[in-house]
Structure formats: structure tokens, C-alpha cells
Design a protein around this ligand. Structure first.
Ligand code: MN3
Length: 204
């Protein structure tokens, strides 16, 4: 099995009261696990692709054979997106952007403006998908993607993202996606996000 489900990097109840233990258990152990299983199934007759990293697979999505491309988009994207999601929501760390990331966010109108743009992108995403802060050509930009489409496929580096599929919030917030988004900001670890930003600037 080339790809494996990474363990949740903290306790399932670590994000309470913003995200419940039950949501984390279902989201990580069922949803994320299914993306990994289905990605491995899609790649089972493609040993050349099994040796690639998940980033290489998604950045090079156009060279993945057409017969399995959509399965790799859905499940490879699902695997990468969720791995990133667990990482950026870690307990502890700074509660607001710091350093060069803070400067870049100030350049787009400040932290409150960023929240407004991300919340708006998440609320307006019809159906299932994600809202993201990405690096596009060295600059920060807020975008949203459909289903498990990953910004790496478009050559963008995802600094952080928020899952707005119903499975991410329905147990805790029912249909109130805006309430989930508002609470979700409390879970972010800006030390981790700041490091991702530095990495993304170098990754071009
Ligand atoms: Mn999800």
C-alpha cells in the first residue's frame, strides 16, 4: 500500500469546543481513511505512480492516465487536503499570524479582511468543497475549490484550507456552515501556518 492514513497528530477531543471528538473520529477515521483506500485502489495497476509523492501526483495530474485521473483527483486530493487540514488545526501555537506571513496578510487588508474573504469563499461554495489561502506567483490569494480539487493541481501552493463539506460540520453545527466557519478560526495554529507559508514561497 503506497499511501497510508497518517494518525491524527493530537487527541480526537483536542479541538473541543469548536470541533467535537465525534466529528474528528468520523472525519479522520472514516472519511480520510476512505480517500487513502480509494487512492491506493486507483493506483494498483500503476506501479510508476505509486512511487510518487502525493504532491508530485497532484502537481502532475495532467500526466496521470485519463482512466484513473478523476479517481486520483478525488482521492489523492482528499488525502492531501485532509492531511493539511489536521496539521494546521493543531492545538497551541500563535493565535494570530506572525512574521512575514502577518506582513503579507496586512498587504491584503489585514487579518480581519482575510477572515472575511475566507468565510465568504466557504459560504458561497455551492455543495461540497474547500476555501483556501494560496500562494499564486508569490502572492497570497483566497480561492475556493469544488469537491476534493487541490490547489496544487493549478500550480498554487495551499497555505491553509477549510473543509466545507457537510461531513466537516453537520454533527456539531447541523446546516449552519457560517457558525462552523466562525468557530473554526479558533482551532488554527499560526506557527504551523507561518512555516507552511515560508515553505510555499521556496517551493516554486
Ligand atoms: Mn472532509
Amino acid at each position: 500500500m503506497p499511501f497510508e492514513l497518517p494518525p491524527l497528530p493530537y487527541a480526537y477531543d483536542a479541538l473541543v469546543p469548536h470541533i467535537s471528538k465525534e466529528t474528528m473520529e468520523y472525519h479522520h477515521d472514516k472519511h480520510h481513511a476512505a480517500y487513502v483506500t480509494n487512492l491506493n485502489n486507483a493506483l494498483k495497476d500503476h506501479p510508476d505512480l505509486q512511487n510518487k509523492t502525493i504532491e508530485e501526483l497532484l502537481r502532475g495530474i495532467k500526466s496521470v492516465p485519463e482512466g484513473i485521473r478523476q479517481a486520483v483527483i478525488n482521492n489523492g486530493g482528499g488525502h492531501y487536503n485532509h492531511t493539511l487540514f489536521w496539521e494546521i488545526m493543531a492545538p497551541g501555537g500563535s493565535k494570530a499570524p506572525t512574521g512575514s506571513l502577518a506582513d503579507a496578510i496586512n498587504g491584503m487588508g489585514g487579518f480581519d479582511k482575510l477572515k472575511e474573504l475566507v468565510n465568504d469563499a466557504g459560504i458561497k461554495r455551492f455543495g461540497s468543497g474547500w476555501a483556501w489561502l494560496v500562494i499564486d506567483g508569490g502572492h497570497l490569494k483566497v480561492i475556493s475549490t469544488l469537491n476534493q480539487d487541490c490547489p496544487l493541481m493549478e500550480g498554487h501552493f495551499p497555505v491553509f484550507g477549510v473543509d466545507v463539506w457537510e461531513h466537516a460540520y453537520y454533527i456539531d453545527y447541523r446546516n449552519r456552515r457560517p457558525d462552523y466557519l466562525k468557530a473554526w478560526w479558533n482551532t488554527l495554529n499560526w506557527d504551523v501556518i507561518g512555516k507552511r507559508y515560508e515553505m510555499g514561497l521556496k517551493a516554486k
